[in-house]
Design a protein around this ligand. Structure first.
Ligand SMILES: [Zn+2]
Length: 271
C-alpha cells in the first residue's frame, strides 16, 4: 500500500516535471498615451548633437520629452560629450529610456543576443544617470514575442508610437510640419509622437513648429511615463562618476558593489 502510494506520488511529480515548459510573460506594448489631452514627444537614436536644442525648446514651452537612447549608434554613449548630453536631458526632467545598444533589428536576434542589446545600454544609463529605465523602444519598431518576453524579464514595457513625423524616413521638414498640422487638426485625445534627435531639421524647424501648434491646440507636452500615468524608471540610484576622487562618495549608493567587480569609473567604459 505504502509502496504504491510512493509510486503514485513519484509519477505525479514526474508528470509535473515533464509538463510543457512554462510560458514566459509578454511585455506590455504601448502605442498610445492614456492620459487625456497629453502629447508625448519622443526622440530616438541619440545621444546626439541636437539634444540641448530639443531639451531647451521643450523647457521653454513648459514641456517635457522622452529620449530613447542608443549605446552605440550615431556615436558612443560613453564619449564625454554624450555623457554630458544624457545627464543634461535627465537633469532637465526629461525621461531617458532604452533604444537598445546598437540599433539592431531585435526581431532577427536570439534570446541571448536580444538581452545583450538591452542590458548594455541599460548599464550605461545606470552608470550615467543612476536609473534603470522602465521603457524600451525596439529599433525600427520591430519586435516579436521573444523580444516581448525578454523585455518582460527585464521589467520593461515596449513603447511604439501612433504618430510619425517622418523625419527618419527622408521626408522634408515641410512634410513633417504638415503631418503635425494634420494631427493637430484631427485633434485626437492623445498623441505619442516619433521624432529623431539625429535629423538636423527636427530641432531647428520641425520641433518649434510642432510645439507651437500643439500648445496652441491646448495639449500638455509630457513624458511618455506621464502620458501613461506610470513610473519612468524601475529604480533610481546614484550615478557613477568620471572623477576618481569623487568615486568613494558615490559608493554607498552605487548600483554596483566591489564584490561583483563591476564598479568602474565611467572613463573606463567604452564602446
Ligand atoms: Zn531608432
Amino acid at each position: 500500500m505504502f509502496a504504491s502510494l510512493l509510486v503514485t506520488v513519484a509519477l505525479a511529480l514526474a508528470g509535473c516535471v515533464s509538463a510543457a515548459p512554462q510560458k514566459r510573460a509578454l511585455a506590455q506594448v504601448y502605442s498610445k498615451c492614456t492620459v487625456p489631452n497629453t502629447v508625448a514627444l519622443t526622440f530616438d537614436d541619440g545621444p546626439h548633437v541636437s539634444l540641448h536644442a530639443i531639451s531647451d525648446a521643450l523647457s521653454a514651452a513648459g514641456g517635457k520629452g522622452t529620449f530613447f537612447f542608443n549605446g552605440n549608434n550615431f556615436g558612443c554613449i560613453y564619449d564625454d560629450a554624450n555623457i554630458e548630453r544624457v545627464k543634461y536631458a535627465y537633469n532637465k526632467g526629461h525621461q531617458v529610456a532604452s533604444h537598445t545598444w546598437g540599433h539592431k533589428d531585435l526581431s532577427t536576434l536570439s534570446w541571448d543576443q536580444i538581452h545583450d542589446e538591452m542590458w548594455r545600454v541599460e548599464q550605461a544609463l545606470q552608470r550615467i544617470c543612476g536609473v534603470q529605465p522602465a521603457f524600451m523602444r525596439p529599433p525600427f519598431g520591430n519586435y516579436n514575442n521573444l523580444v516581448r518576453e525578454a523585455s518582460a524579464v527585464r521589467g520593461q514595457k515596449i513603447a511604439i508610437w501612433d504618430f510619425d513625423s517622418g523625419d527618419s524616413l527622408g521626408v522634408s521638414a515641410q512634410e513633417s510640419k504638415n503631418r503635425y498640422d494634420t494631427v493637430v487638426r484631427d485633434h485626437p485625445s492623445t498623441i505619442l509622437a516619433l521624432n529623431h534627435e539625429t535629423v538636423p531639421t527636427t530641432p531647428t524647424q520641425v520641433l518649434p513648429h510642432a510645439i507651437q501648434k500643439l500648445k496652441g491646440a491646448g495639449y500638455k507636452l509630457v513624458t511618455l511615463a506621464e502620458c501613461l500615468n506610470q513610473q519612468p524608471y524601475q529604480w533610481v540610484g546614484a550615478p557613477q562618476t568620471k572623477d576618481v576622487s569623487n568615486l568613494f562618495s558615490s559608493l554607498s549608493h552605487a548600483p554596483y558593489s566591489f564584490e561583483t567587480g563591476e564598479l568602474e569609473v565611467l572613463k573606463a567604459s567604452s564602446c
